[in-house]
Design a protein around this ligand. Structure first.
Ligand code: HEM
Length: 438
């Protein structure tokens, strides 16, 4: 069994990692971005180097673009489809995988996840999930999210005499609690879910070291197994939650989600639901620590919060990149791209495009067009949870800074080691005294 896991790692990550390390040593920037911690901590100067290439820059393994208009074109074009890991690996690795077999527990970007599916399957699948994941369902969660936030802030207040980790005790617990309620998962499972979710998040990256890969596979197996039991419980005893509805859902033609599709959707909602929103809350807190004037403006005028959340998403995007694969020979803004080629859309770089955003490297909560960012992607895969994420960001950050006006960093925050996802995994803070009720 473990020989199989090792072989699968070699085919999916090991070969790529070997190549990336070699190229990085030779100074290839694209490769360095994936393996060098320095570039990962601050990828923005690298994006500026890519900006010189318009519309596309030729990267190490694929084309890449940091241009807002180009990324939008690619993400909206039906000449491009999903860039499933099993389709974009080098040829020898794909051949090896055919023999070894892909893993049994699909990750959030493996089929049959919605994120790894092209039309017409994607259309049917997304339509079904959207029927239960409505704007109305999200609006109904706002009050509950505020209650969850206040409970967590009460717990933070108990630590007011010393430093406390804002990520571990607040930014990660809030979204996992909300998504657990959406999925009908008992709150007592949330710490376990955070742990398993880490493995699911790691599976988004390329070139993982063996130990991380193994852990990621084990976490995904555990999650799938848990969900299969959960579906049975929900079928026997449905609740009010969105997942209970999804389990029972049948479309007009009598079609329903298959068990693997249900499991993939639950995993995607869970993973997308907290592995990204935690970064929005953490990145937002760090930015506001560094911009006291913005903090003051938000305290004076809380109606600015929605725009501030979009500015956080633009300025320090929780998902830095995604990719698409050409389904046929095509061109992108005049440059020919052949079938099978991959274009990496650098969302974090497109969100700093000076042709779309005035003074893009300035964090400005008053920015008029902050909402034009592509932090939630664009086109048919546009984030299904965007409304939920925005709502959670507003409630989480708004209530935090309102309750603790003296909140301040106690030490340097620590960045997560992930490449696609950008955020912090530790942020020691001092909460200070609570705001006096006005
Ligand atoms: C700040 C938080 C979030 C960010 C930055 C984010 C970002 C993204 C991005 C960039 C994509 C598209 C990737 C691509 O085009 O390849 C996506 C898709 C998706 N997101 Fe989110 N997301 C967030 C929160 C959420 C939440 C809270 C949920 C649900 C609970 C969610 C559910 C989904 C789903 C289901 C998809 C797949 C849609 C499809 O393939 O049609 N996301 N998200």
């Amino acid at each position: 069994m473990s020989a199989r896991v090792m072989a699968r790692w070699a085919a999916t990550h090991g070969l790529v990692r070997f190549g990336l390390n070699q190229q990085a040593r030779r100074g290839n920037l694209d490769a360095r971005l994936m393996v060098d911690p320095a570039l990962q901590a601050d990828p923005f100067p690298y994006y500026e180097q890519l900006r010189a290439g318009y519309p596309l820059a030729k990267g190490n393994l694929a084309w890449a673009s940091v241009h807002h208009d180009v990324c939008t074109t690619v993400l909206r074009s039906d000449d491009f489809g999903v860039a499933r890991p099993d389709l974009i690996l080098p040829k020898p690795a794909r051949a090896a995988l055919k023999i070894i077999g892909t893993r049994t527990s699909a990750g959030p970007i493996d089929p049959p996840s919605m994120l790894a599916t092209d039309p017409p399957d994607h259309t049917r699948y997304r339509k079904l999930v959207s029927r239960v994941f409505t704007a109305k369902a999200v609006a109904a969660l706002r009050e509950r999210t505020a209650v969850v936030a206040d409970e967590l802030l009460d717990e933070l207040e108990a630590h007011r005499d010393g430093p406390v980790d804002l990520i571990g005790r607040y930014a990660s617990l809030l979204p996992v609690t909300v998504i657990s309620e959406i999925l009908g998962v008992p709150t007592s499972m949330r710490e376990q879910f955070l742990e398993w979710g880490d493995g699911a998040a790691a599976s988004l990256d390329f070139g993982l070291p063996y130990s991380r890969f193994r852990r990621s596979e084990a976490d995904l197996d555990a999650l799938h197994e848990w969900f299969l039991g959960h579906f049975q419980r929900l079928r026997a005893n449905p609740g009010e939650d969105i997942l209970s509805q999804l389990v029972a859902l049948v479309d007009e033609d009598g079609g329903r989600l298959s068990e693997p599709e249900l499991s993939a959707t639950a995993l995607l909602l869970l993973g997308a639901g907290f592995e990204t929103t935690v970064n929005l809350i953490g990145n937002g807190a760090a930015l506001l620590f560094g911009h006291p004037e913005a903090r003051g403006d938000l305290a004076d005028d809380p109606s600015l919060w929605p725009n501030a959340v979009d500015e956080v998403l633009r300025f320090d995007s929780p998902v830095q990149r995604t990719a698409r694969r050409a389904r046929r020979d095509t061109d992108v803004h005049g440059v020919p791209v052949s079938e099978g080629s991959v274009v990496v859309t650098m969302l974090g770089g497109a969100n700093r495009d000076p042709r779309t955003f005035d003074q893009p490297n300035r964090f400005d909560v008053h920015r008029r067009n902050a909402r034009e960012h592509v932090a939630f992607s664009s086109g048919i895969h546009y984030c299904l949870g965007a409304a939920l994420a925005r709502m959670e960001g507003e409630v989480a950050l708004g209530r935090l800074f309102e309750r603790f006006p003296q909140l301040t960093p106690a030490a340097e925050p620590h960045r997560r080691p992930t490449r696609v996802l950008r955020g912090y995994d530790a942020m020691p803070v001092l909460v200070g005294s609570r705001a006096v009720a006005r």
